[in-house]
Design a protein around this ligand. Structure first.
Ligand SMILES: [Zn+2]
Ligand SMILES: [Zn+2]
Length: 133
């Protein structure tokens, strides 16, 4: 097994992936992955995660978050992960900026995220309206 493979196994196990999945990804046998995990104290990771409530993994990197009793459940392991996630999901941030509108071409009732000046439900309608005299 290469160092790269060992690193991948360690990382994937810490994210809670199964032996089967890791083995498939690395093109190695499940037993190889299993015995490596046993030797390196990684065998219990998936079990731990299976018993946890959903949403306890970092939404960005999938790392297991520690939950302090009584405290608000964190969704990210770090500020960096939080920033990365929000950058990748701007629509989640703009959930309140939802503007209902009627398509100026086909009349369909639509909702626009973040853009209150949107007129068409789709690019197709936009194109057709431009083509029309
Ligand atoms: Zn993270
Ligand atoms: Zn339309």
């Amino acid at each position: 097994m290469t160092n790269q493979q060992k690193e991948t196994i360690t990382q994937m196990r810490s994210m809670g992936h199964s032996y089967t999945k890791i083995a498939t990804l690395l093109g190695t046998s499940e037993n190889t992955v299993k015995s490596f995990c046993r030797r390196n104290n990684l065998s219990g990771v998936g079990m731990v995660i299976a018993n946890q409530a959903p949403g306890i993994l970092c939404r960005q990197c999938g790392v297991l978050l520690t939950h302090t009793a009584g405290a608000k459940q964190k969704r990210f392991c770090s500020v960096k992960c939080r920033m990365t996630w929000w950058n990748a999901h701007p629509e989640a941030l703009n959930r309140k900026a939802l503007y209902p509108f009627t398509c100026a071409h086909c009349g369909a009732a639509c909702e626009s995220y973040g853009n209150k000046n949107r007129k068409y439900c789709s690019r197709a309608c936009y194109g057709k309206s431009k083509a029309a005299p």
